[in-house]
Design a binder for this molecule. Structure first.
Ligand SMILES: [Zn+2]
Length: 310
């Protein structure tokens, strides 16, 4: 009700986005001037005369969907404990087309990755896992291709701090090192099993803690308990919320959504999540329709296989 009261009009939503995008006041994207006049929902720069809108250069650029509907979608996405499916969103918003709901969710997922977000520090467990594969219970045990996902989980005492994850083509050092470097600050301790793909860690400026998993002694989930707990939750989420129907080419965006939710799981206020999502929605670049429907998938040979999380 509070959301409806505050954001029932285009103008109210726009004013909110202005405060998020220009917290210290308007900045002309062309000349940097801070003086501007509001003209029919746009800002006209007092110095160079160029007109800009608060939604230009954000995920809301060129949208035909009214901003109050977007706001309701962001509220729905952040208040659902396990995330939202496109079908659920379509129903809640009363949208005629499933595709519109699907597209909104994909754009919002893009906003869940914070540009230039902080790197993990301290002690971090890293391991890879397969998502998908033999699905039990299907007639003939349908063999679906698996996707390989690498996960980093920060240690926080006995518990888990923040996480990062990414789909990778294979478990070679060439695939693993870029993920570690994009996710973990140099100087941190990276804890892995004895897989050779992690050998270059020390040369990249990390302290490498290796625990060899021998069959008799311990399983991977005992040696790297945090990362394996995250993997179990990820698989359950993919099955529960998305019925395992996530294709490889979109998997990264689902991983982003999972990470966004996981890293803010202790945030008591749902309003804070909404604020974060809206803030990031005006901070990331717009994504053309074409790039959502056909993401560059050269990295992954797979076509649009279904990921049945096992
Ligand atoms: Zn200007």
């Amino acid at each position: 009700m509070e959301l409806e009261a505050n954001f029932s009009t285009e103008e109210a939503c726009r004013a909110y986005l202005v405060r998020l995008r220009w917290p210290t006041g308007f900045h002309c994207p062309r000349c940097g001037s801070q003086k501007a006049w509001p003209v029919r929902g746009l800002w006209e720069c007092a110095r160079c005369g160029c007109q800009s809108s608060v939604t230009a250069g954000t995920i809301f650029q060129d949208t035909r969907i009214p901003l109050p509907v977007w706001f309701r979608a962001m509220w729905w996405v952040t208040t659902q404990k396990n995330g939202a499916s496109a079908l659920g969103l379509q129903r809640v918003l009363g949208l005629k087309k499933y595709k519109a709901a699907w597209m909104m969710l994909h754009k919002l997922r893009r906003a869940m990755v914070r540009p230039g977000r902080d790197l993990l520090t301290g002690r971090v467990e890293v391991d890879e896992c397969y998502v998908g594969g033999l699905e039990e219970g299907l007639p003939g045990r349908l063999n679906l291709d698996k996707a390989l996902v690498v996960v980093a989980a920060q240690e926080d005492g006995p518990g888990i701090g923040r996480i990062r994850m990414r789909q990778i083509f294979d478990a070679s050092a060439e695939s693993l090192m870029p993920f570690v470097q994009d996710s973990i600050a140099p100087g941190s301790v990276v804890h892995t099993d004895g897989w050779p793909g992690y050998l270059p860690l020390e040369s990249k400026g990390y302290k490498h803690d290796v625990t060899i998993v021998t069959r008799k002694k311990k399983t991977a989930s005992e040696v790297l308990p945090r990362v394996h707990q995250v993997i179990a939750l990820l698989k359950r989420w993919l099955i529960g919320t998305h019925q395992g129907a996530v294709s490889h080419k979109y998997l990264d965006h689902y991983l982003d959504e999972f990470t966004f939710r996981f890293n803010r799981r202790s945030s008591k206020s749902r309003g804070k999540l909404f604020f974060r999502l809206a803030q990031q929605a005006v901070a990331v670049d717009p994504i053309p329709y074409e790039r959502i429907v056909r993401p560059s998938s050269k990295k992954f040979k797979g076509k649009a296989q279904s990921v049945a999380a096992t």
